[in-house]
Design a protein around this ligand. Structure first.
Ligand code: UGA
Length: 468
């Protein structure tokens, strides 16, 4: 089949690579020329500077003959002539200050230029049927707007399908090659057939749940799945985490193993952290609340989950002053991990970044960050032209360098390598020193570290004062 993807973000690039690997001719249209050049280059460093996903480089290399990235609209126009399906993989962020309303600017811009190309296909005769597939997370009734706009642009002989993406960042390729489910929402059998052919390797697989529903159910299902996961994580912070912080004699890990031993509960979502970030959960919960509001249903419970996630970060940050008497003014902060979670370079809604903003506002003199994958993203984010205080932020290339000359440490991302950073800490810095463990990465070493004089504030533990 001939498949066009619009947008080369995590979702677009990774699912296009998997489509090429499934034997389809795949073109990815992306407006950013630098990104196009990097993704076509075959060069690991250039590709990973944009999208750091395990296995992506290898998959692109293996399918070199079947996948291309372009920002050339003529190439796109030519490809559209024979395209069986067009996948829309555009960012759909939350509108600033609009309580969860989705900003569809990028989506509509892309749709407009797609429409202008689709009407010209087959010398304007539009003889080949094409399926437009929503992969971006969109409001429940988005399909109606998409179809209306394409019809108004004169596009004929098309169907609109909702095919939400369920991949997890950091495991995007693994998840796309071995999904647990594929959800396709279509209105006609004809469109279901096209999608079965796109996903033949999964449709035929005994290990993949291939779910066919209507397009509204597919879109709503994605929002609800994300809300269910998000509320579980946030409840974990607010109830399990708080219990082990507030009552003596309780270890977070012991409580978690008791709870997770019930197979109905399982272990996913029971990891304590300073904040649940990324580009999906927060935006999707806000969108759900906004849509509840519009439908006349009280969105309070959904908004409460969002508020509790923010509260988690506030409480954690404030514990430095409230429990350790720590004054941020003039202090140097070391940050291990800037990505919103391990195995990605994505720093969107990262707890570490939000924590750094707070430390700077509270008067921290200097912030030194080490992250094994997100240095480039941090350089871009902490550009002093955006805010003068970003000149106080430095990005370095090793744990030891980051620890040098600081009085407080934040462990902000759950990169596996930080679990063994206790030796480095003991070797490099001298107490009095405050360790703020936002991921419980050093939980097994808290006794040893406090005996060596380190004060410790960790999510899921009461304050541990260092031996004086
Ligand atoms: C999430 C969902 O897990 C995917 O199923 C969904 O497809 C995706 O959003 C999306 O909508 O595209 P992702 O944003 O990649 O995936 O990240 P998660 O692994 O779910 O983690 C989200 C945040 O919660 C991270 O900051 C993570 O560190 C935190 N988290 C996760 C915890 O604090 N505790 C946990 O137990 C799990």
């Amino acid at each position: 089949m001939n498949l066009l993807y619009i947008g080369a973000g995590f979702v677009g690039a990774c699912s296009a690579a998997v489509s090429a690997d499934s034997g389809h001719e795949t073109l990815v249209f992306e407006i950013d020329p630098k990104k196009v050049e990097s993704l076509n280059s075959g060069d690991r460093a250039a590709i990973e500077a944009w999208i750091y996903e395990d296995g992506l480089v290898e998959l692109l290399e293996r399918n070199r003959d079947r996948i291309r990235f372009t920002n050339d609209s003529v190439e796109m126009t030519n490809f559209v002539n024979s395209a069986d399906a067009v996948f829309l993989c555009l960012p759909t962020p939350e509108k600033a200050g609009a309580l969860g309303s989705t900003d569809l600017t990028y989506y509509y811009q892309a749709l407009e230029s797609l429409g202008a190309n689709l009407v010209k296909r087959n010398n304007g005769e539009q003889t080949k049927r094409v399926v437009i597939v929503n992969k971006s997370t969109v409001p429940i009734d988005q399909i109606d707007q998409t179809a209306k706009r394409l019809t108004a642009a004169g596009v004929k002989n098309f169907g609109v399908v909702s095919n939400p993406e369920f991949l997890v960042e950091g495991k995007a390729i693994e998840n796309s090659l071995h999904p647990d489910r594929v959800v396709v929402g279509a209105e006609t059998e004809e469109d279901f057939v096209v999608m079965r052919n796109v996903y033949r390797r999964f449709y035929d697989s005994a290990n993949v749940k291939y779910i066919e529903v209507n397009p509204y159910e597919a879109a709503a299902g994605k929002l609800l799945a994300n809300f269910t996961l998000f509320s579980r994580i946030v409840t974990t912070y607010a109830v399990l985490g708080r219990t082990s912080e507030k009552f003596p004699h309780l270890s977070y890990e012991a409580l978690r193993s008791v709870i997770a031993s019930d197979p109905r509960i399982g272990s996913w979502g029971l990891y304590d952290s300073l904040f649940s970030g990324g580009s999906c959960f927060i935006k999707d919960a806000a969108s759900l609340a906004f849509q509840f509001d519009g439908a006349g249903h009280n969105p309070e419970l959904v908004r409460q989950i969002l508020a509790e996630n923010n509260n988690q970060l506030e409480l954690f940050f404030d514990r430095a002053q409230n429990e350790a008497g720590f004054d941020w003014r003039g202090k140097n902060l070391t940050v291990l991990g800037a990505a919103f979670k391990q195995d990605t370079n994505d720093i969107r809604n990262s707890g570490s970044i939000l924590f750094i903003e707070k430390a700077l506002a509270a008067g921290a003199e200097k912030v030194t960050i080490f992250d094994p994958a997100a240095s480039g993203m941090c350089e871009w984010y902490f550009n002093p032209e955006k805010k003068p205080e970003y000149a106080r932020v430095k990005i370095v290339a090793s744990i030891a360098e980051a620890l040098t000359d600081s009085q407080v440490l934040l462990l902000g991302t759950d990169w596996a390598m930080f679990r063994s950073s206790a030796e480095e800490i003991i070797k490099t810095v001298t107490p009095p020193y405050l360790i703020m463990d936002g991921r419980r990465l050093l939980a097994a070493r808290f006794g040893e570290l406090s005996a060596a004089g380190f004060d410790i504030i960790s999510v899921g533990s009461p304050f541990i004062a260092g031996k004086k």
